[in-house]
Design a binder for this molecule. Structure first.
Ligand code: NDP
Length: 247
């Protein structure tokens, strides 16, 4: 799956929602999904960035595109329910959901993590995707083989000093994916995680400011795993974490 080469129409007829579609990995995933034939819903908090992704997808695909401006930090259950109704009215079903948006927060000693920062990162990285998934389940069930992909991290399977809040949110993400995969194991819906590994984005530069970005894979390099999990090639794969850059 790390060298998955889809047919050019692999995602044709599918509608996929990407969170954090304005930058980094989410922007590239939205573009690739559109190029391979999906209709793509671009969700994020910075409208100008979403518009730039929209323009890129429009130039490079025939996809039907939609923008959902939403800050996961302030989003309520009602926002997610309204979004689910809008998606159902416009597209009829949701075939794919990529939970990609996340905050890194500050890397700092556990004892010094401020309450506000812990709550903010958990709200975006955990609560947002929990309530969004809950609201979208009915419209995901309308698709014949819906695929929900969460974004994990190496610190989501092994804790690391000073990465407290972010790492805890990623462990919870892995847990949410596993609970859903087990609960829906007799359905056609599948739930998996991707661990992108160190990838050349703004978040990585913030975490490792002294690192040479040229030494890292780009978002484009890691797209085969994203395309695999959204394409019918991965039907039946559930409860897995795909590591895009195994050592
Ligand atoms: P970026 O910081 O480059 O992009 C994150 C995206 O999430 C941005 O578009 C950002 O919007 C959006 N976002 C952040 N907060 C919110 C919010 N409150 N509401 C809505 N959208 C929000 O990160 P990456 O592309 O590097 O990361 C993508 C995913 O991959 C994340 O889940 C990250 O944890 C994970 N990951 C990344 C790794 C890496 O090396 N890059 C390694 C392991 C995991 P805006 O642009 O407006 O800020």
């Amino acid at each position: 799956m790390l060298d998955f080469q889809p047919n050019s129409d692999a995602l044709s007829g599918k509608t996929i929602l990407v969170t954090g579609a304005g930058d980094g990995i989410g922007k590239e995933a939205a573009l690739q999904f559109a190029r391979y034939g999906a209709n793509v819903i671009l969700l994020g908090r910075t409208i100008a960035k979403l518009e730039a992704t929209y323009d890129l997808c429009e130039k490079q695909s025939n996809a039907e595109l939609a923008i959902v401006p939403l800050d996961l930090e302030g989003a309520t259950v009602k926002h997610y329910q309204d979004m689910a109704s809008t998606i159902e009215n416009q597209f009829g079903k949701l075939d794919g959901l990529l939970h990609n948006a996340s905050l890194l927060g500050q890397l700092q000693p556990f004892g010094q993590i401020p309450e506000a920062e812990f709550r903010q990162v958990m709200q975006v990285n955990l609560n947002g995707q929990f309530f969004m998934t809950q609201a979208l389940l009915p419209v995901l069930k309308k698709a014949p083989n819906a695929s929900v992909v969460f974004t994990s991290s190496s610190v989501g399977v092994k804790g690391r000093a000073y990465w407290g809040t972010y790492a805890i949110s990623k462990f919870a993400t892995e847990g949410m994916m596993q609970c859903l995969a087990d609960e829906y194991s007799n359905s056609t819906m599948r739930f998996n995680c991707i661990n992108p590994g160190g990838t050349r984005t703004g978040m990585r530069a913030k975490a490792f400011p002294a690192e040479n970005p040229e030494s890292l894979k780009t978002p484009t390099d890691i797209m085969p795993a994203y395309l695999y999990l959204m394409a019918d090639a991965s039907i039946g794969v559930t409860g897995e974490t795909l590591n895009c850059q195994p050592k």
